[in-house]
Design a protein around this ligand. Structure first.
Ligand code: P6P
Length: 330
C-alpha cells in the first residue's frame, strides 16, 4: 500500500496498470500517455526478442550507430505518443529534434526518450531497456528533471518490467508483463537501503581521475560485489530489486559513470539521467553529478551530458566527498 497517500483509494500490489494509474492520478491525459507507452514497451519487448539486430540501419546526428531494432523501438514510441493525443512535443536519442505530436500544450505533455538504451549489447543477449521522462506542457529545454510529472523505464531481460513513478504519488512502482500481455503491479519501492553492490561505468576515467580510482579502490577494499553490464537500465534497475538474498546480504549500492580530462561525460541528461534520477529519488534513493541532485540540473540543450551516480544517501555522500572533498548531504 502506498504510505501517507492523500488519495482516498489506495493502489494495491496486484493491480493492473490501468487500475494503478487511474488511482494514482486524476490526470486523464497523463493516464493516457502512461498507458500508451506501456503498450509500446510491450511491443518493443517482443521485437527485441525476435527482430534481427545485426547490421547498422544508419547513424544519428550524435554519430551513434543506429541498429535496426533501435529505429523500430523509436518508431513505436513516437506512434504511441501520437496515439495518446496528449503529447505536444517528443524527441528521442535517435531523433533529437522536437517532433510536433499534435497534442495540446495546455493539459498536454512533452516526452523525451531513449528508445533502446544499450542496444549495442543486444547481440550479447544482455538486458536492455527504454527510458522516458514526461514534462508538462511544451518544454524539454529550460526545464529540470525535478519538473517531470512522470518517469519510467522498460526493462527487457528474462522478465519484461515497466518501472514507473508519478511526481504526485509516493514510491517507484514495478509492473511485470504477464503471458497474456497484461502489466501487473508487483512491487513498490520507497527506500533504497545500504548495500554492497557497485556498478562503475566508464572505468577508463580512472586512468586520469585519481579520485575516481580512489573510490573504486574503496569498493574493492570493502569487498563490494561488482555488477556492471554496460546497460544503464539493468545496471540502475538493481537499485530497485529485492534480492532473494536481501534478507541475508543487503545488495543495494551505487551506480556511477564518472568523467575525467580524457573521458568526457557520455550519459545524456534529458533522455537517460533525469528520468532515471526521478525513479531513484522517488524510490528513496539519491542522485548526484558530484555536487547536486541530477534533478536540479537545468537542461539547456537536448544533448546535454553529465556524470552521474545513483544510490543510497551514504553512498552518494561518499561519492561527492571522494570526488570533490565535500558533500551537500552532510
Ligand atoms: P561505458 C550504453 O551505450 C550507455 O549509454 C549506457 O547504457 C551505459 O551505462 C553506458 O553507455 C556505458 O558506458 O563508458 O561504461 O561503456
Amino acid at each position: 500500500k502506498a504510505k501517507n497517500s492523500s488519495l482516498v483509494t489506495r493502489c494495491e500490489i496486484g493491480d493492473s496498470l490501468e487500475e494503478f494509474i487511474s488511482k494514482a492520478t486524476p490526470d486523464k491525459g497523463l493516464i493516457r500517455v502512461m498507458m500508451c507507452m506501456g503498450e509500446a514497451l510491450r511491443t518493443i519487448s517482443f521485437k527485441v526478442r525476435t527482430a534481427s539486430c545485426g547490421g547498422t540501419a544508419c547513424v544519428n546526428s550524435f554519430g551513434d550507430e543506429q541498429l535496426a531494432v533501435d529505429m523500430l523501438a523509436d518508431k513505436l514510441l513516437f506512434e504511441a505518443l501520437t496515439y495518446s493525443h496528449f503529447c505536444k512535443y517528443a524527441c528521442s536519442e535517435e531523433v533529437p529534434e522536437l517532433q510536433d505530436m499534435g497534442g495540446p500544450t495546455e493539459g498536454g505533455f512533452s516526452v523525451a526518450f531513449d528508445p533502446l538504451d544499450g542496444s549495442s549489447i543486444v547481440d550479447t543477449n544482455f538486458s536492455v531497456g527504454t527510458i522516458f521522462g514526461v514534462w508538462p506542457g511544451d518544454k524539454l529545454t529550460g526545464v529540470k528533471g525535478r519538473d517531470q510529472v512522470a518517469a519510467a523505464m522498460g526493462v527487457y531481460g528474462p522478465r519484461t518490467t515497466y518501472v514507473l513513478t508519478l511526481k504526485d504519488y509516493p514510491g517507484t512502482h514495478e509492473f511485470l508483463l504477464l503471458d497474456e500481455g497484461k502489466w501487473q503491479h508487483v512491487k513498490e519501492t520507497t527506500e533504497i537501503s545500504e548495500g554492497k553492490l557497485f556498478s562503475p561505468g566508464n572505468l577508463r576515467a580512472t586512468s586520469d581521475n585519481p579520485d575516481y580510482a580512489k573510490l573504486i579502490n574503496y569498493y574493492v577494499k570493502e569487498k563490494y560485489t561488482l555488477r556492471y553490464t554496460g546497460g544503464m537500465v539493468p545496471d540502475v534497475n538493481q537499485e530497485f530489486i529485492i534480492h532473494h538474498r536481501q534478507l541475508i546480504v543487503k545488495e543495494k549500492g551505487i551506480f556511477t559513470n564518472v568523467i575525467s580530462p580524457s573521458s568526457k561525460a557520455k550519459l545524456r541528461l534529458l533522455f537517460e539521467v533525469a528520468p532515471l534520477g526521478l525513479l531513484v529519488e522517488k524510490a528513496g534513493g539519491y542522485s548526484s553529478d558530484g555536487h547536486q541532485s541530477v534533478l536540479d540540473k537545468e537542461i539547456i540543450n537536448l544533448d546535454d551530458r553529465t556524470q552521474v551516480a545513483y544510490g543510497s544517501k551514504n553512498e552518494i555522500i561518499r561519492f561527492e566527498e571522494t570526488l570533490y572533498g565535500k558533500s551537500r548531504l552532510k
